[in-house]
Design a protein around this ligand. Structure first.
Ligand code: NAP
Length: 318
């Protein structure tokens, strides 16, 4: 290096994209391996657990822990060992060059390895009225918006664990919560089903698909139009709020033409490792996992990604 050149402070050995359990666990392990990782948190620091309430199934917390608290602890733990965390979202990547190039709206970074932990986002039903009324009575986050529905009658769309978790949580505020499911059998785990069924405030509407949300931004919501999935008959069901909890899609849009993705967009990794089809690029957490999607399995795969990156760097440096 000539005396006029300065080292590129934006060049890292490891960059982690995402700050949920996968990303922060990867950062913790990479930091403890002395790789001084940079975490680019994305638009939702802490990931999906920051919009949930009690996490009762993360080992080590016998009394449960609030999602945001768990994520604060993970972030502090990674920072304690030297991880740098920035509230920036990646807007473009170039994985064909060496070092890899990562751009955010604020900056440009170079990195020898990349760990993708971009997670997944809540799905929408796909209705015009849903889009129009999002934030005006339609929500995808009970923790964020439940408070606004005190003593109101609301509906939750979906039949999985998310829907029942939202429904149970919303009974703290709403006077009546109706779960609308498109089949007559729930997908949710037995323990969640038992809890929801035991809750007097929860009602059920089976074999119904929501086809329109009735209301306006000015007058709020007064009903949903539902279609019977067996008879095709349509009817209106009165409610003042709609919570959509119908699953997730992986946040992998940036990698669509670059990495191997499966048919619904999850990043394909070379199991049992976290390697992708590009050398030096690793992926973990919900962005790779259509099956388990748990905080603990995401954290576990984040640990694997950091170890994979560390070993890859050792081999690459000869
Ligand atoms: P999910 O298990 O995929 O369930 C999605 C639900 O939404 C299904 O009941 C599905 O109906 C319904 N659905 C999908 N698309 C729909 C549409 N366009 N219109 C109407 N309904 C639609 O998703 P999830 O509930 O988000 O759970 C994802 C994972 O996270 C699971 O592994 C779950 O166990 C886990 N999780 C765990 C907890 C917990 O343990 N406390 C909490 C939340 C999530 P069908 O059943 O007919 O397909």
């Amino acid at each position: 290096m000539s005396t006029t050149e300065t080292p590129d402070t934006n060049h890292f050995k490891v960059i982690v994209m995402g700050s949920g359990p996968a990303g922060l666990t990867a950062a913790l392990y990479a930091a403890r391996a002395n790789l001084q990782p940079l975490v680019l948190e994305g638009s939702q620091p802490g990931g999906q657990l920051t919009i949930t309430t009690d996490v009762e199934n993360f080992p080590g917390f016998p009394d449960g822990i609030l999602g945001p608290d768990l994520m604060d602890r993970m972030r502090s733990q990674a920072k304690r060992f030297g991880a740098q965390v920035k509230f920036e979202a990646v807007s473009a990547v170039d994985l064909q060059t060496r070092p890899l190039e990562i751009r955010t709206d604020e900056d440009r970074y170079l990195t020898d390895t990349l760990i993708i932990a971009t997670g997944a986002s809540a799905k929408q039903i796909g209705l015009e009225s849903e889009k129009e009324l999002m934030g005006y009575g339609v929500s995808a986050c009970a923790t964020c918006d439940g408070f606004f529905f005190k003593d109101k009658e609301i509906v939750v769309v979906g039949g999985g664990d998310s829907a029942l978790e939202e429904a149970i949580f919303l009974t703290k505020f709403a006077s009546k919560v109706t779960v609308i499911h498109r089949r007559d059998e729930l997908r949710a785990s037995q323990i969640m089903q038992d809890r929801a069924r035991a809750n007097d405030k929860i009602h059920w509407l089976w074999n119904k698909q929501v086809v329109e949300i009735l209301g306006s931004r000015q007058d709020k919501i007064h009903a949903v139009r539902v279609k019977d999935t067996e008879s095709g008959e349509e009817s209106e069901y009165p409610c003042e709020g709609v919570f959509v909890a119908i699953g997730h899609t992986p946040n992998t849009e940036l990698f669509r033409d670059v990495l191997d993705l499966n048919e619904v967009g999850y990043i394909v990794v070379r199991e049992p490792t976290t390697r992708t089809n590009i050398e030096g690029v690793f992926a973990c957490g919900d962005a790779t996992d259509p099956i388990y999607r748990q905080a603990i399995s995401a954290a576990g795969s984040g640990c694997k990604a950091a170890i994979d990156a560390e070993r890859w760097l050792e081999t690459a440096s000869g």
